[in-house]
Design a protein around this ligand. Structure first.
Ligand code: ADP
Ligand code: ZN
Length: 621
């Protein structure tokens, strides 16, 4: 790879321009900062510490990359995953930025070359793992050189609250004492206030300025359905994305493997990913996901952190995550590039029982278990809401949203509610009368008056509640119990095989002091109407016929360049750049300046190739 002459070096040497906006335009090819990017960048360039809490896709990387380019010396980036560093570094090199990673995957010679570049001030950015960043050896290595800043990416890893806890992050506060004059910037897409407090405290950032933005992800469409025939439901969802990549999350490794196998049999290319797989295979699957354009990765939550693939078009959950935070993080991996993306989840009562079992059987102290149970309930409430999902999710993070987003299932197809006070009383009575010892299935049998071995053996057939719920179908009772659970009126005791128990609040329902409103479940097939058209088609739908044709040609060019260089296609150009090229059809290098995502380095590298595709297309018309 011809690393010199280096366009960035030239850019800076030529005119000494280290103005952030100039760097944004000339290196990244973007015309304006987004949101608070500029404020963060100016603060850090001035030497201030910062904590940056922006959602995925907001453009956090520029918040440390640009200050590193504007300040003297190398920017040290602490990043949790070695497997992703190569692509991160390659993407920066493509921009003409002098970047490298120092980690255990390098050969001896490679490591020596990086150290040399570091010592001779020939690097703009250096990526290291937290394990390395805290060693004395590393402190010594950078002791004599200029360090522009320390960036701590995925800073939520410092917190035990999230599921990405990495103990090594806790040692990173040593950077503050060892290098008191160097600004530090911690970044995360986690909105949870506990996590934020942990970041500030554990990383010794009490004097840092905290930048927070809205956590809304307007380009993500939310959908949550009751589980009915999960595989068929999933398949219907995936059929919307004919030429795009996405993630399907499952709770267990076995389910990951089974689902991936089944999807392949259905003609959808899918690969499994979980922590129990051999590392080499797992890494190969991750690599395929980054580099191929139409792949479904079926994974446990072991997959995803730090994945900066911008064109993940969908995220599906076949199992309920453990909290709203986890749900938000996992779904947040869709649509980093800002283009329309969809997230979908199927859930049912069995999930709740399974999650409760995981919490109760886990080794955590009772205090933590209580918090986890309430986190789970918060997610249930979002699943069962009759209102706007986006509003409910943001409310969980303390952010007000007017609702009616028009971009979630409940907004697109408003759910009806019904006065379920009578039904609630019957359901609660059935739980109570049968001794709070039975799971949903049996209690529904009692309500429906089903005579079977179990209802007879326990004498339930002789009770007044037996058959009291015949007026509603069993399916509705399922829904009633889920909603009673979400409303905190009952709880599930998995130690008693998922027995339903009454919560103290249930009393107010018995006394008719409280009206209970339920959402009406949709018919299982009621969802098919929306989303027949694939998202990929929708995102380009404002591309007229010939623009779309050109887009596909540009896409093919990008893929062949990416294959040759063995990098993910988005490292060459994101989709947004190709869309702009297809629409505006630049004729020469000067026209390219206005295309977002084409800075000076990329213009030199690929300008000619893409201009040629456009020219040939125009000539052929
Ligand atoms: P985050 O790390 O917050 O998830 P990224 O830094 O990966 O987000 O940025 C998401 C996408 O937005 C990237 O493709 C990036 O190039 C693009 N981007 C960032 N800042 C800008 C900007 N000011 N103008 C246009 N695009 C931007
Ligand atoms: Zn909505």
């Amino acid at each position: 790879m011809p690393d010199s002459p280096n366009p960035t070096a030239r850019l800076f040497e030529a005119d000494g321009a280290r103005n952030p906006l100039d760097v944004l335009k000339r290196v990244y090819g973007y015309s304006a900062f987004r949101g608070q990017q500029q404020a963060v960048i100016e603060h850090v360039v001035e030497g201030g510490d910062a904590v940056v809490l922006f959602p995925t896709g907001a453009g956090k990387s520029l918040c440390f990359q640009i200050p590193a380019l504007c300040r003297r010396g190398v920017g040290i980036v602490v990043s949790p995953l070695i497997a992703l560093m190569r692509d991160q570094v390659e993407a920066l090199k493509q921009l003409g930025i002098r970047a490298a990673a120092l980690n255990s995957s390098l050969t001896r010679e490679e490591a020596i070359a990086v150290r040399r570049a570091l010592a001779s001030a020939a690097l703009d950015l250096l990526y290291v793992t937290p394990e390395r960043a805290v060693t004395d050896g590393f402190a010594e290595m950078i002791g004599d050189i200029d360090v522009a800043l320390f960036a701590i990416d995925e800073a939520h890893c410092v917190s035990q609250w999230g599921h990405d806890f990495r103990p090594e992050y806790r040692g990173l506060d040593c950077l503050a004492s060892r290098f008191p004059g160097v600004p530090r910037i911690a970044l995360t897409a986690t909105a949870d206030p506990h996590t934020r407090d942990d970041i500030v405290e554990r990383l010794a950032l009490t004097r840092a300025r905290v930048f927070t933005s809205s956590f809304d992800r307007p380009n993500i469409a939310y959908e949550i359905v009751e589980r009915d025939q999960p595989r068929q439901q999933l398949l219907r969802f995936l059929r919307r994305f004919k030429d795009a990549s996405g993630i399907v999350y499952c709770l267990s490794r076995a389910k990951v493997e089974d689902t991936a196998e089944w999807l392949n049999a259905q003609g959808i290319r899918a690969l499994p990913y979980h922590a129990g797989m051999e590392r080499a295979v797992r890494d190969a699957h991750q690599d395929a996901f980054l580099k191929e354009e139409k792949l479904c990765l079926v994974a446990t939550v072991a997959f995803g952190m730090g994945i900066d693939k911008p064109d993940v078009r969908y995220v599906a959950h076949l199992d309920l995550p453990g909290s709203v935070e986890a749900y938000y993080q996992e779904t947040g991996r869709a649509g980093r590039d800002g283009l329309p993306s969809e997230v979908w989840m199927a859930y049912g009562m069995a999930d709740v029982i399974q999650r409760r079992r995981m919490i109760d059987d886990g080794g955590a102290p009772e205090e933590i278990k209580r918090i986890e149970r309430s986190k789970l309930n918060a997610l249930l409430a979002i699943c069962e809401t009759a209102g706007c999902r986006r509003q409910a999710i943001l409310a969980h993070f303390g952010e007000a949203h007017p609702g009616g987003c028009g971009h979630c299932d409940t907004c697109l197809k408003p759910v009806d509610t019904w006065d379920g006070t009578e039904a609630a009383i019957k359901a609660l009575a059935a739980v109570y009368r049968t001794g709070e010892r039975f799971g949903t299935g049996h209690v529904i049998d009692v309500l429906m008056g089903t005579v079977n071995e179990k209802t007879e053996r326990f004498g339930h057939v002789d009770m007044p509640v037996f058959g009291a719920g015949k007026d509603l179908p069993a399916r509705t009772w399922q829904s009633v119990f889920r909603q009673l659970l979400a409303a905190g009126l009952i709880t599930v005791d998995h130690t008693a095989f998922g027995a339903l128990k009454l919560e103290p609040e249930a009393r107010s329902v018995f006394r008719r002091e409280r009206q209970v409103l339920f959402r009406k479940d949709r018919a299982a097939s009621g969802r098919a109407a929306r989303g027949q058209k694939s998202v990929a088609a929708r995102e380009r739908s404002d591309l007229a016929g010939s623009d779309l044709e050109l887009f596909e040609l540009l896409r093919a060019e990008r893929l062949s360049i990416a294959r040759e260089m063995d990098v993910p296609p988005y490292v060459v150009f994101p989709d947004t750049t190709l869309i702009a090229l297809a629409k505006r059809r630049p004729r020469d290098f000067v026209d390219l300046i206005d295309i977002p995502g084409i800075g000076e380095s990329k213009r030199e590298r690929y300008g000619e190739a893409f201009l040629a595709v456009i020219e040939e297309f125009e000539d052929g018309r």
